[in-house]
Design a protein around this ligand. Structure first.
Ligand code: NDP
Ligand code: MG
Length: 382
């Protein structure tokens, strides 16, 4: 029985993680979990999964929740609460499915406590990739990808020697607006942006997919997870989201991983690795039904956010921290209808341009730059 800590239980990845656990109760148990503001769902989950520990975001919610959970569930709150869940003594693996760079502290704490990390929370790797990967190495802890592209690469690489990799090829669906011109993008609404053609996900990542920042964040995530330089990470448009990503080796052999778009597959693989267990979905990949798969080159002018992410990644230091923090606040402002769709890339570019990069930043540098960038975007949007 594998005991799990789960951050972000009420989110899209969190609820799908619980669905995997629900289908394999002999294999997994969630002993500690965290939620944000959705305390009704959190209470329901607590009654179903009976964790020993539940963390909620605010003290007010803590007061509301603590008499509505099973007797065996201790309730905690705030950033301290996230740390307690991440380092819960019984758990062997942390599934980090929280949203945003708030996941950084708990990830580092879990690494120091020797937990295996199943990481969905890409913002943590973007904002402080060198610190997270160095800590994982120092504590001999595995970072297992949950993001479908990175899980695909991880599966394609199984047992291969890293020096034999020529390049990583990430696939991109193109998001909600893949067929619109830049001119047409000026007028798009929040409701249109939230309507992703292939995947059902949380609001922030759905917007990130529409701006193509998601692919940019994933390029940086791949750089850190697989230790591959940016010039050997490529992105190809693939609108069906059937090939989840590929690895080309030095002999030009290319390995791809395929499947229907179902996040429970990569989530489950991170939990069972190096084994596999039966899947839950009745839906199987049927290539003869699909008939054709399409691929096209990415246009960096059309998808400006992805180009900004490559640039920030190549410069390194605190640039990716700025990129991530600016994007988090810009996307939240777009969702609140205080910033236009193309305004997102414009304010991120401003934040990157004015930033004086710090190379080899410490955790304190990263926290300071993250806060300063958020304040800059907030004042710019206002
Ligand atoms: P959601 O918005 O659906 O869920 C986020 C979770 O984090 C929720 O449980 C939310 O709580 C919680 N949360 C948000 N902010 C805070 C905070 N400040 N403190 C504590 N908890 C907080 O996001 P997703 O599940 O879509 O994404 C989670 C991560 O996984 C992201 O990094 C995303 O990029 C990544 N990812 C997601 C994929 C997907 O298919 N959804 C695919 C690949 C990666 P509550 O809702 O209760 O407020
Ligand atoms: Mg992805």
């Amino acid at each position: 029985m594998k005991l799990i800590s789960l951050l972000g239980a009420t989110g899209s990845i969190g609820t799908q993680t619980l669905d995997v656990v629900r289908h394999h109760r002999q294999e997994f148990k969630v002993v500690a979990m965290s939620t944000g503001r959705n305390i009704d769902l959190a209470c329901e989950q607590a009654h179903e999964f009976k964790p020993k520990l539940l963390s909620v975001q605010s003290k007010d919610d803590y007061e509301k929740v603590r008499h509505h959970v099973p007797a065996e569930t201790k309730v905690v709150y705030g950033e301290e609460g996230l740390l307690e869940v991440a380092t819960y003594p019984d758990s062997v693996i942390l599934v980090n499915a929280v949203l945003g760079s708030v996941g950084l502290g708990p990830t580092l704490a879990a690494i120091e406590a020797g937990k295996t990390i199943a990481i969905a929370n890409k913002e943590t790797l973007v904002t402080a990739g060198h610190i997270v990967t160095e800590a994982a190495k120092a504590h001999q802890v595995s970072l297992l990808p949950v993001d479908s592209e990175h899980s695909a690469i991880f599966q394609a690489l199984n047992g291969e020697n890293k020096r034999e990799i020529e390049k990583l090829i990430l696939t991109a669906s193109g998001g909600s607006f893949r067929d619109l011109s830049r001119d047409e993008l000026k007028e798009v609404t929040v409701e249109q942006a939230l309507n992703h053609p292939n995947w059902s996900m949380g609001a922030k990542i759905t917007i990130d997919s529409a701006t193509m920042m998601n692919k940019g964040l994933e390029v940086i995530e791949a750089h850190w997870l697989f230790d591959i330089p940016y010039e050997r990470i490529e992105v190809v448009l693939h609108k069906e989201s059937i090939i989840h990503s590929m690895v080309e080796f030095v002999d030009h052999s290319v390995m791809a991983q395929l499947g229907t778009p179902d996040m429970r597959v990569p989530i489950q693989y991170a939990l069972t690795y190096p084994k596999r267990l039966a899947g839950q979905s009745d839906e199987r990949l049927n290539l003869s039904e699909i008939g054709k798969l399409h691929f096209a080159q990415m246009d960096p002018k059309r998808f400006r956010c992805m180009a900004l992410a490559y640039e920030a990644g190549r410069i390194g230091g605190t640039m990716p921290t700025v990129l991530n923090a600016a994007n988090e606040v810009a996307v939240a402002s777009f969702l609140d209808k205080r910033l236009s769709f193309l305004g997102i890339e414009a304010v991120i570019e401003q934040a990157l341009e004015r930033h004086h990069v710090i190379s080899g930043p410490t955790l304190e540098d990263i926290k300071a730059v993250d806060e300063e960038t958020r304040a800059f975007i907030r004042s710019t949007v206002n």
